[in-house]
Design a binder for this molecule. Structure first.
Ligand code: AMP
Length: 144
């Protein structure tokens, strides 16, 4: 199963912010869009970081309430691990497990073309398991 197939179902839109945005703005964005991470793009539209709810939790522990006025650029992760639409889901799961993160932006020919969360992967895997279960049930009951 390729990443492109998951994107075909969920679309290629990516919620993004700028390094100059405040943490308060990002917190509102996460709430409004009901997501766990936002990619960060610079003035030229280039991917330059990612900031997730985990960064906000860590930031709160380190900076207290002053966190809300800080900039995204001060808190985001800069070395963003990405994938391409041609990667398979197995590879993506491996990258998430090794990197201990739950979001992977998808980049195609240097351009952001989607984002895959661990929730998308689990949803897809459950769909696959359901199909496999039905096939096995049909096989056992002799209708295949
Ligand atoms: P998450 O599990 O996605 O909430 O992220 C956990 C930590 O990894 C946070 O510090 C994120 O900024 C960072 N992170 C999330 N996704 C990525 C990614 N694709 N590449 C690098 N770091 C990431």
């Amino acid at each position: 199963m390729l990443i492109a197939q998951i994107l075909a179902g969920k679309g290629s839109s990516v919620v993004s912010t700028r390094p100059e945005a405040t943490i308060a703005e990002v917190a509102s964005l996460l709430k409004e869009k009901r997501i766990g991470a936002v990619v960060v793009v610079d003035a030229g539209g280039e991917l330059c970081g990612i900031i997730s709810e985990r960064d906000l939790a860590r930031g709160l522990a380190e900076h207290g309430g002053g966190l809300l006025a800080m900039n995204v650029g001060q808190l985001m992760t800069r070395g963003v691990v990405t994938c391409t639409p041609d990667d398979d889901v197995q590879t993506l799961m491996q990258r998430m497990t090794e990197g201990r993160f739950r979001h992977l932006p998808v980049v195609k020919e240097g351009r952001l073309s989607g984002i895959i969360s661990i929730g998308d992967v689990v949803k897809h895997r459950l769909g696959e398991l359901e199909v496999e279960t039905h096939m096995l049930q049909d096989y056992i009951h002799g209708s295949a």
